[in-house]
Design a binder for this molecule. Structure first.
Ligand code: PHE
Length: 373
């Protein structure tokens, strides 16, 4: 099948004042790990498709090639994200221009897909978030959104009210999915908040001795459905992170492995095989670099991580705040960050790491306007 061509660089790095997209991020667009059948992300996607096909044959439309650049209207407004919600901040979201973003969740496609008239669908795609750097966070990851709309005949036959009917169906569907992926695991439901669902829940499973959050979901806010579909219906929605599921299921210790293209990683997985467990190959030694500075009111950790990623790329394994104190003399705060550099496939030389770290220090002082110590 044909897959949409990735956007051109000038379409993404627009030069507008609000644009905060780096070359590093641009290069991830169009990679589409979820289109690779033998990649863990593609395997999980297919396993979820298989579950929905088996439990409700022919019901769910599958969309996995929707364009990742969306309007702020689609990403936030139509999903009822409040005007002051943190996710709208350029500290958290990649802005192409003041009214376009790299989608930060697949929920950005809920409203438009409802407007197409679809009443049950799964939308899979790459999503983008500015965040900290560690083994489980990467600025690009993959989500799958699921939506199912019910008509009055469906809930009235059950004797339940519409919300209760949708919530029960949602929970049964997702517990079934968790068991399909993870075997006969124990599930529990926690109440939570999303702007676009009410009530909202988080599903946790007990796996390898721990409770793990696997997805967010809820009964769709009625105004979203009334506006974009038609009145007199009720719906549920969920959103899940494919990397998170794949890391848990396949024992993948570092999210960068998905992007490494390393045969020693890829050769361990095969379409349809949910039983594979990642066998680590020898790791190369890490190199730690500490950097301390007097912080400023504008300083943000996400900006630092973005800067470090822009210089060190996937050689950066982790950025952590290891010390912070406020001087009683001048009331200034000093932060010390430890950057871990490690390649997944070779030894790094002192020279190259020193060169990267020198650039990190220089750019941190200049662009983040903090004073190095
Ligand atoms: N969009 C939410 C997220 O990214 C997940 C979600 C989707 C929650 C749909 C509820 C309903 O965290």
């Amino acid at each position: 099948r044909s897959v949409r061509a990735p956007p051109s660089k000038s379409e993404i790095i627009t030069g507008e004042a609000s644009n905060n997209i780096t070359d590093y991020i641009y290069e991830k667009i169009g990679v589409n790990l979820h289109h690779q059948p033998n990649h863990p992300i593609g395997i999980i996607k297919q396993a979820i498709y298989d579950y929905f096909e088996a439990s409700s044959p022919g019901t769910f439309s599958k969309l996995d090639d929707l364009y990742p650049v969306v309007t702020t209207t689609a990403n936030f407004d139509e999903m009822l994200v409040p005007p002051d919600h943190v996710s709208r901040s350029p500290n958290d979201t990649y802005y192409v221009s003041s009214d376009k973003v790299l989608r930060c969740h697949t929920s950005a496609h809920q409203a438009e897909t409802l407007r197409k008239g679809l009443n049950a669908f799964l939308v899979t795609g790459d999503v983008y978030r500015r965040d900290s750097i560690d083994a489980t966070h990467y600025p690009v990851f993959h989500q799958m959104e699921g939506v199912r709309v019910f008509s009055e005949t469906e809930w009235s036959a059950s004797g339940l009210d519409a919300t209760e009917f949708a919530a029960r169906d949602l929970k049964a569907t997702l517990e079934g999915l968790a068991k399909h992926l993870f075997g006969n695991v124990e599930c529990r439901w926690l109440d939570t908040y999303f702007p676009f669902t009410e009530p909202s829940y988080e599903l946790e499973i007990f796996f390898n001795g721990k409770w793990l959050e696997v997805l967010g979901c809820g009964v769709m806010q009625q105004t979203i459905l009334d506006k974009n579909y038609k009145p007199g219906h009720r719906a549920w929605a969920f959103g899940l992170g494919l990397e998170r599921l794949a890391m848990v299921l396949f024992d993948v210790p570092d999210i960068r492995l998905f992007w490494s293209g390393d045969e020693r990683f890829l050769s361990q997985f095969k379409a349809g095989d949910l039983k594979a467990r990642f066998k680590p190959y020898s790791k190369f030694p890490p190199c730690y670099k500490d950097m301390a500075f007097w912080t400023s009111p504008e300083f943000s950790e996400n900006n630092l991580c973005e800067l470090v990623r822009g210089i060190g790329g996937d050689l950066v394994e982790e950025v952590v705040l290891i010390d912070s104190f406020t001087s009683p003399k001048n009331n200034k705060t000093s932060n010390c960050y430890r950057i871990t550099y490690r390649s997944m496939n070779r030894s790094l030389t002192d020279e190259e790491i020193n060169a990267l770290q020198d650039k990190v220090r220089a750019d941190t002082a200049e662009k983040l306007k903090v004073q190095l110590r």
